[in-house]
Write a protein that binds this ligand. Structure first.
Ligand code: UD1
Length: 419
């Protein structure tokens, strides 16, 4: 398993190009199963999770061609409606092939998902929505077996709480359902509107994506289309914190401030200046040290749970005491003891982590526990004194494109140790 060795304490100067958003790309890819036409997706990040999704789509019968960051997908015929355990267990987003297969072929057998070990993460909302749309669903030996012999129909779906995946899944399936589907309490993450843009380019009729109520008018068939994936707001937020821990100034090319929601206020309050300029965002730390800020993770436009670990790294050396409350995923504080190995003063009580800022962290051997937590450890390492070794880098490869290369260009001392 590869490791990263980071020598901390060097301020970062330069430019980092922000890639297309992983979380959007994976769902946009699943949309290809809804049509026998050609879907061309540009600004695709090259990531392990994207490769995993590709393998799954090809197994269902899609042809795929990657040229640079442009992916061409063509699912002319669906050759299998089964998504096996081996391909679904490693990545939760792959579960989203269920709705498209069901909508197009009237049946599907999809393994229950895996993904990062952050809390229980059930799929009950996904299944309730598909059932309301006329699917007959059974669970058998870890698989969801679904059938819609007469096709899916429109339905009123009222989610009890916000779920990104369930909103996207419902939207995908509803494009080909008979009649209108209305999603109440829909997620408003920018990736939802991005997926809706792609589906609209393919002929779907969707209104309200990005708001709490989404209306989808089912159509008889979708055609091929072209779509460019929006920039990754989690990658943006993560690199925006780098000058906060290590000092310096970065230009985040392609990044958009409007995608960051409450993270903008939290970073500015902490003392990181963010300025939208033409073509990207300029970030720098004001003063020598960041200030402690309390944050609460919430669905968009609230502070994203996917930046919580990175923010904890920032707060670990901020001036003062910060309370970080995680409301989206139970058990998403597994990185706290890893930061403690580097000298951070963090105590966790239920859903809240209290971070007492210390002047400096010290390099140590640490273990990446999930994708976003790994980025938190990299940030901590960039600011720490001496060498940090981040073990289990495969988590990072799932979601951050060319991480070492991007940071080295800005003066970081970071090296991959292959094992
Ligand atoms: C997506 C993102 C993930 C991000 C999360 C929240 C992708 C590939 N992943 O994950 O990076 O952290 O949104 O912004 O886009 N839940 C249920 N039942 C369900 C569905 C969800 O109880 O059927 C719960 C989850 O366990 C969690 C909460 O709802 O506690 C929110 O999860 P959700 O928004 O669905 O996250 P994902 O779509 O899995």
């Amino acid at each position: 398993m590869d490791k990263l060795a980071i020598i901390g304490g060097r301020p970062l100067f330069g430019e980092i190009a922000i890639s297309g958003a992983k979380n959007s790309a994976l769902k946009v890819m699943a949309a290809t199963l809804l049509t026998d036409g050609v879907l061309t997706i540009s600004n695709m990040p090259r990531l392990a999770d994207v490769d995993m999704m590709l393998r799954l789509l090809m197994q269902h019968g899609a042809d795929a061609k990657f040229e640079g960051s442009v992916l061409t997908l063509h699912a002319k015929d669906i050759v299998s409606t089964e998504a096996p355990y081996d391909l679904v267990r490693k990545m939760r987003a792959s579960f989203n092939v269920l709705g498209p297969l069901l909508a197009r072929e009237g049946k599907a057998k999809v393994s229950l998902p895996g993904g990062c070990a952050i809390g229980a993460r059930p799929v009950d909302l996904h299944l309730k929505a598909l059932t309301a749309m006329g699917a007959e669903i059974e669970l058998d030996e870890g698989y969801v077996i679904a059938a819609a012999p007469n096709g899916l129909h429109g339905a009123k779906i009222d989610f009890p709480f916000v779920s990104v995946g369930a909103t996207e899944h419902t939207m995908l399936a509803a494009t080909l359902a008979k009649g209108e589907t209305v999603i109440h309490n829909a997620a408003r993450e920018p990736e939802i509107a991005d997926l809706a843009d792609c589906l609209t380019a393919m002929g779907a009729k969707i209104e309200g994506a990005g708001e709490s109520t989404i209306h989808i008018q089912g159509v008889g068939a979708l055609h091929g289309g072209e779509h460019s994936v929006l920039p990754d707001r989690i990658e943006t937020g993560s690199y925006a914190m780098a000058p906060g821990v290590a000092g310096g100034e970065l230009f985040l090319r392609h990044a958009r401030l409007d995608l960051l929601g409450a993270a903008v206020g939290a970073l500015e309050e902490a003392g990181i200046r963010l300025e939208q300029q033409e073509g990207g965002i300029r970030v720098r730390r004001e003063g020598d040290r960041c200030r402690a800020v309390n944050v609460l993770t919430q669905p968009f436009p609230g502070f994203p749970t996917d930046l919580q670990a990175q923010f904890m790294a920032l707060m670990a050396t901020a001036d003062g005491v910060s309370a970080i409350k995680e409301t989206i995923f139970e058990g998403r504080f597994m990185h706290a003891p890893e930061f403690a190995r580097m000298g951070a003063n963090i105590s966790v009580d239920g859903q809240t982590a209290t971070v007492r800022g210390v002047k400096r962290l010290k390099g140590a051997q640490v273990m990446a526990t999930d994708l976003r937590a790994s980025m938190g450890l990299v940030l901590a390492g960039l600011g720490a004194e001496g060498q940090t070794i981040v073990n289990r880098v495969y988590h990072l490869d799932r979601g951050f494109e060319r991480l070492e290369e991007k940071l080295i260009q800005c003066g970081a001392l970071i090296e991959r140790i292959k094992e």
